[in-house]
Every structure is written in structure tokens, then in C-alpha cells.
Ligand binder design. Structure first.
Ligand SMILES: [Ca+2]
Length: 157
């Protein structure tokens, strides 16, 4: 059974259509499920909405995860910005994940970004940068991306 679970994870990571490990409306990549919102909120409210579903704003930890978010973002063609769970709210110019306050382990700021200093403390994917990151004022009202781990029980079905 463990082998089947591992196989499903691999297949789902490759975008298998039979993959049912995420809830309807969520997109799977590797062992995470992502939801791209249809409504726009300030960063803090976006975080609260994710938390309301026991999830969190997306926190890409690897280049592969960042690349997945960017490619899915580009496939949507429907919004200019999407919030993710990275900010320098606590300490200027130290970009951290919201859930554990650790310094980011993958950096997809577009060249020249971040560039707005204390005026912009939250990170969004931006279509002008083909989905790479910009620092934005946290009060701006943008769509957002929530993430959650694939539940182990769901993998086995
Ligand atoms: Ca800042």
C-alpha cells in the first residue's frame, strides 16, 4: 500500500487527471494542494480566509514549488496579482514565511524587486513579471493562493 501511495504522489506530481488527492477546486503539486482564489482581499484578510479553511497562504519552499505556482498563475490569464504567504512585516528586508517566521528558502523576486522598502511588506506574483514576485503594500486588494498538505488518508483513498 505504501508503494501505491508513493506511486500516486509521483503521478499526481506529473499532473495525472485521475488524481483525487486534493479537494475539488484545489490543484495538486507534489504533496501540496493549492487554491487560487476568485475574489480579492487585502493580504491579512487573505491569510484569514486561508486559515478559515485550515490552510495558509502559499509558502513556496523550493524552486519546483515556485515554478509550479508561476506556471499555474500564467495559465489563468485572469488577474494581475496573487498574494502568497511571504512578508517582511516583522523586520524590514528580512523576507519570511508567515507560518514559522523562517527566512525564505527560495527567492523568486523579479530583478529590481523588492524595491518599495517600508511602503511594501507583502509579496505577490505579478503578471507583468510573468508570475515572479513583487513587494506590494499589504493593504492592496488582490487575489491570493492558499496551500495545504495532501492528507495521508486522502492519498490511499
Ligand atoms: Ca518592506
Amino acid at each position: 500500500m505504501q508503494f501505491i501511495s508513493a506511486l500516486l504522489i509521483v503521478l499526481c506530481g506529473l499532473g495525472s487527471a485521475d488524481c483525487l488527492d486534493c479537494q475539488p477546486g484545489w490543484n495538486q503539486f507534489q504533496n501540496k494542494c493549492y487554491w487560487f482564489s476568485h475574489t480579492a482581499r487585502p493580504w491579512g484578510e487573505a491569510e484569514a480566509i486561508c486559515a478559515g479553511f485550515h490552510t495558509k497562504l502559499a509558502e513556496p519552499r523550493t524552486n519546483d514549488e515556485s515554478n509550479f505556482l508561476i506556471s499555474h498563475f500564467q495559465s489563468l490569464h485572469d488577474s494581475s496579482f496573487y498574494w502568497i504567504g511571504i512578508s517582511d512585516l516583522i523586520e524590514e528586508d528580512r523576507w519570511i514565511y508567515s507560518s514559522n517566521m523562517q527566512t525564505i528558502t527560495t527567492n523568486y523576486f523579479s530583478p529590481g524587486e523588492p524595491n518599495q522598502h517600508t511602503d511594501a511588506n507583502c509579496v505577490a506574483l505579478w503578471d507583468r513579471y510573468h508570475g515572479k514576485w513583487a513587494d506590494e503594500s499589504c493593504g492592496h486588494v488582490y487575489r491570493f493562493i492558499c496551500e495545504t498538505d495532501v492528507a495521508e488518508g486522502d492519498i490511499v483513498g
